[in-house]
Design a protein around this ligand. Structure first.
Ligand SMILES: Nc1ncnc2c1ncn2[C@@H]1O[C@H](COP(=O)(O)OP(=O)(O)OP(=O)(O)O)[C@@H](O)[C@H]1O
Length: 227
């Protein structure tokens, strides 16, 4: 195995069976995500971008083909092993922040570390540092409702990165934000990708944002093409 490959999709197909209707979304798709690179995925609505991201994250299974995460075949792992591999190596950010309303930004960001059994004081320190990196040093005690939309997404990004994953998978992370905010947050994600050495895979509708990445791929006819 090439040690720099974090995710390796080999001849992946995904078909949804919706009643009697079969929907072929991905076929014979190949993709390698290298350590530390930034990749954007664009393409028409319904072309399969979110489907691909779910497969890369081990949240759904390919119909055929293989997806390796750190050399391990996701289709061959027990649910417990898959969860552990995912928690150790991947971070997720969605269009909606999914922060827990009753907790502060700090508590939300500490959560994945506490789940990983890190002692509380250390988790608090690391979460505080990550919140500072996303520009929320002055907001750590705020609850999600006390943060702006952009700040909530920053907190969600801090929560996804606090475990120092090898790869961050983001589905329309700036889709709910105005243009200026979206640009700022995407630039911040790319800065963090370079500083932390995290690979970054982002699905976006925004061609201009997409072109800030090392590679731009377009989903078309169930496959990825270099844009
Ligand atoms: N659970 C499912 N069951 C049946 N069909 C599905 C399911 N999930 C997605 N699809 C279909 O698969 C296709 C790809 O969906 P997907 O959400 O991956 O597209 P997308 O490129 O992310 O779209 P968008 O840009 O609008 O978010 C669509 O035609 C969709 O209707």
């Amino acid at each position: 195995m090439n040690n720099n490959v974090i995710i390796d999709c080999q001849n992946v197909a995904k078909t949804y069976q919706d009643g009697s209707l079969k929907v072929d979304v991905l076929h014979n798709m190949n993709l390698q995500i290298q350590a530390g690179e930034s990749v954007s995925i664009i393409g028409a609505s319904g072309s399969g971008k979110s489907t691909l991201l779910h497969l890369l994250g081990g949240l759904d299974q390919a119909t055929s083909g293989k997806i390796l995460l750190m050399g391990q075949d996701l289709g061959q792992l027990s649910q417990a092993k898959l969860s552990a591999l995912r928690n150790q190596n991947l971070g997720f950010v969605y269009q909606f922040h999914h922060l827990l309303a009753e907790f502060s930004a700090l508590e939300n960001v500490m959560m994945p570390l506490l789940i990983g059994k890190m002692p509380k004081a250390q988790a608090e320190q690391q979460a505080t540092e990550m919140l500072a990196k996303v520009g929320l040093a002055q907001r750590i005690q705020h609850r999600p409702t006390e943060l702006s939309g952009g700040e909530r997404q920053r907190a969600a990004i801090a929560r996804a990165l606090v475990t120092r994953p090898k790869c961050l998978l983001a589905d329309e992370p700036t889709g709910n934000l105005d243009r200026k905010n979206a640009m700022n947050i995407l630039d911040m994600m790319l800065d963090l990708q370079r500083d932390l050495g995290t690979a970054l895979v982002v699905v976006t509708h925004d061609d201009e944002l997409a072109h800030k990445f090392n590679r731009v791929l377009t989903m078309q006819d169930g496959q990825l093409q270099a844009a």
